[in-house]
Design a protein around this ligand. Structure first.
Ligand code: MRU
Length: 352
């Protein structure tokens, strides 16, 4: 396993020809892996938030395709390519916003098209490649993002969880934060608790505490006051899908952070691999936003907290317009003040 300093957690593990996912619903109180035996169970695990975070969802889905291929090839070596299409569809229907899911399924589908023998070893190798490429991209983005942080004594603010749990390892926004800490450019991190799933309070805080990076939690409603007091120089977040014009979909609450950051003169950085960029979508308006169950808002820890009779609105993501984004970091480079042209150049690997 490819692990370096400040990178000790893996949420997706392939061991003894089986897929194991660290159950992120019960972290940090319990650290328990769930074994997945087929693509249907993998799709359910993605939908139910056992695994979450755009790149980790894509990686888990790729392994789900490996499980599906093994099952169908065993049952019917002649028609497995036809049978597996049902599983690809089930996996694609698990969550709608993170484009990494669809990117990974398309990548595996292209691999399937060229297979003439037992698909298992070939698809397993491809899933491993998706996994390892994601970790490598995170290290590159960590260095690029940290190069923009000044050692001015101020902290940074992040939202949701974008660390090893949300990716192959190291993380996107949290990778930049980890690298900035290693480089002694920051000494403290503020993390929004991130209602309703509390990815900040449960997952980001857990990762940072293990790394001995000082972390202070706040309710996202406190972020504007934090900025007004001059405590943070950057807001650093990940993304689930970036449109061709640089509009960014991310965990609900990100947009209000961007509005507040601009108002207070705080810089706003988005860190995401190219597998999160959807050049087929012109703007954020076309990004499908997942609506989740109202119980996630009305209850907490399985206990109803809202007044009986109240309804709830529970979009899992929002869209931050490109004009509020100071910089997008991918493994291909740094895009300042994103535009369509700059995003196209970055995706082609041209200097931006
Ligand atoms: O609902 P989640 O927990 O899957 O949402 C995750 C996020 O919004 C992350 O910020 C995003 O996937 C980037 S993770 C590297």
């Amino acid at each position: 396993m490819n692990m370096k300093q400040h990178d000790s957690i893996r949420a997706v593990v392939w061991r003894d020809d089986s897929l194991f996912l660290l159950d992120q619903r019960i972290l940090p109180q319990q650290q328990q892996f769930i074994e997945l035996r087929n693509a249907r169970d993998t799709a359910n695990a993605i939908r139910d938030m056992v695994v979450r975070g755009a790149p980790a969802i894509g990686i888990a889905a790729a392994y789900g395709v490996v499980l599906a291929a093994r099952e169908h090839y065993r049952n019917s070596p002649q028609s497995w390519k036809k049978q597996i299409q049902i599983d690809l569809k089930i996996l694609a229907e698990s969550r709608p916003t993170a484009v990494n899911l669809f990117w990974a399924l398309e990548n595996m589908q292209q691999c399937i098209a060229n297979i003439e023998s037992d698909p298992f070893p070939i698809l397993l190798k491809q899933a491993e490649k998706i996994y390892q490429d994601d970790i490598a991209a995170n290290y590159t983005m960590g260095r690029l993002g940290a190069s923009l942080i000044n050692n001015d004594g101020r902290a940074v603010l992040t939202h949701c969880n974008t660390g090893s749990l949300a990716t192959g390892g190291f993380g996107t926004a949290l990778g930049v934060i980890r690298q900035s800490f290693i480089d002694k450019k920051i000494s403290a991190v503020y993390a929004d608790e991130t209602r309703p799933w509390l990815q900040g309070a449960r997952l980001t805080a857990w990762e940072l505490v293990q790394d001995k990076i000082p972390v202070t939690l706040l309710c996202e409603g406190a972020a504007a006051s934090l900025m007004r007091q001059g405590k943070v120089s950057w807001v650093i977040v990940g993304s689930d899908r970036i449109a061709a014009n640089g509009d960014v979909a991310n965990k609900i609450g990100t947009y209000s952070l961007a509005v507040n950051a601009r108002h207070h003169g705080v810089k706003f950085m988005v860190v995401a691999p190219t597998t999160t960029v959807d050049m087929n979508i012109a703007s954020g308006e076309q990004i499908p936003i997942e609506q989740r169950a109202t119980d996630e808002v009305l209850a907490c820890g399985g206990k109803r907290i809202a007044a009986e009779g109240a309804a709830a609105w529970n979009p899992a993501f929002d869209v931050t317009p490109a004009e509020l984004v100071d910089v997008i970091i991918t493994e291909n480079g740094i895009v300042q003040n994103p535009t369509l042209q700059k995003m196209q150049d970055m995706m082609r690997g041209k200097p931006v």
